[in-house]
Design a protein around this ligand. Structure first.
Ligand code: OSB
Ligand code: MG
Length: 370
């Protein structure tokens, strides 16, 4: 590897997206480009935000950890031959998994391109299309929620997930069930409740939800195991699972029955594969989550969603559901049966529009590695 470029990138969402932890209209992230001596470029994305909302990692902590710690290590190991070596190279750095993932992703794209192979094949993917569900933010207005659900079902999305928070939970679920019947429906609390709210979950338990995502605190496994023992709806963990060891502990404790695996949250593709293989061995279904990624981050979600143990629709929507403008070509598009085609071209399989990135980037840094 010869060079690395970093962009603090901002993408304006078509409409604001609200979760129990806040409202987003401008999605911040760090885009990563690694270049080898032949001029081949691999792209990655750390889907961090402008503040420590979903996770403690932000654009600035990511740029800091890159500059002070990860890039110096990459300089020492610029002869890295395979992306699986990356996690060992940075193993002296604790945490910062999304930052690590951003660079690991770029190394995977570069490696796959150097072999002329699509990324999904390289990581053991088995599908040429992936199934999409939609994640609808906390809307807070029942009529608008109904219109939104109607619209996305009509577009072909194969399941609906709504974000919930205290005061916006049982009512929207009840309304959707009444109007749309038996559709695949799930909720995501983004850690907004405690065990004192168990009555909410005992009530939600009556609506045949496919799963309830991250009801309790963002690092908790123990209290989730108590809640899971009280309800029949499967608990799906998102925030609480940052590594294979979290997945193992949660499995042993009975904290979850499904995992939303976000490759960036767990530190990249290698950890994703480890969690995938462990859950497959234990017959625990997983699916691939998202964090409003740009078209670059989405490519890694798509590749991960081709793994065999991905058994539920994924939070991977088409580009136009999120952004006015896309930074990859072609943009990610949903087919009428609610699936997205997996690209067959080398690497992430979509072309990155660097001029657009340059145009919207707030900051740019370049480092020589060798
Ligand atoms: O918890 O799954 C989440 C978006 C930002 C941060 C966290 C989450 C989400 C989503 C949107 O639910 C998923 C998507 O990218 O479509
Ligand atoms: Mg979630």
């Amino acid at each position: 590897m010869k060079k690395i470029r970093l962009y603090h990138f901002v993408a304006r969402l078509r409409e604001s997206f609200e979760t129990s932890f806040g409202k987003t209209i401008d999605r911040h992230c760090v885009l990563v480009a690694v270049e080898d001596s032949s001029g081949l470029i691999g792209w990655g994305e750390a889907p961090v935000d402008d503040g420590p909302w979903y996770s403690y990692e932000t654009v600035d902590t990511t740029l800091y950890v890159y500059r002070e710690f990860i890039i110096p290590l990459l300089k020492k190991h610029s002869g890295i031959e395979h992306p699986v070596e990356f996690q060992d190279i940075v193993s002296s750095i604790r945490g910062y998994r999304m930052a690590k993932a951003g660079i690991e992703f770029a190394l995977w794209d570069l490696y796959a391109k150097s072999l002329g192979k699509p990324l999904y094949k390289l990581i053991g993917g088995v599908r040429d299309y992936i199934v999409s569900g939609v994640s609808i933010g906390v809307i807070g207005d029942m009529d608008r929620l109904i219109k939104s659900v109607e619209y996305y079902l009509d577009r072909g999305y194969r399941r609906v997930k709504i974000k919930i928070k205290p005061g916006w939970d049982v009512e929207p679920v009840k309304t959707i069930r009444k109007l749309f019947g038996d559709i695949p429906l799930q909720v995501d609390a983004n850690a907004a409740y405690t065990l004192f709210d168990k009555h909410v979950f005992l009530e939600l338990d009556k609506y045949g939800l496919t799963m309830i995502e991250q009801p309790l605190s963002y690092e908790d496994l123990y209290e989730h195991s108590i809640l899971q023992s009280m309800i029949k709806t499967p608990i799906c963990l998102d925030e609480s699972i940052k590594s294979l060891s979290d997945a193992i502990a949660g499995h042993r404790l009975g904290s979850y029955r499904v995992i939303n695996v976000k490759p960036a949250r767990v530190g990249g593709i290698l950890e994703t594969i480890k969690i995938h293989d462990y859950t497959m061995m234990h017959n625990i279904p997983i699916w691939i989550g998202g964090m409003l990624e740009t078209g670059i981050g989405r490519a890694f979600q798509v590749a991960a969603a081709t793994l065999p143990n991905v058994r539920y629709p994924n939070d991977i929507s088409e580009s136009s559901r999120y952004y006015e403008e896309e930074i990859v070509e072609p943009p990610w598009t949903l087919r009428s049966n609610g699936t997205i085609e997996v690209p067959k071209k080398p690497g992430i399989g979509v072309e990155v529009l660097e001029e657009k990135i340059e145009k919207y980037a707030k900051r740019k840094y370049e480092y020589k590695l060798a």
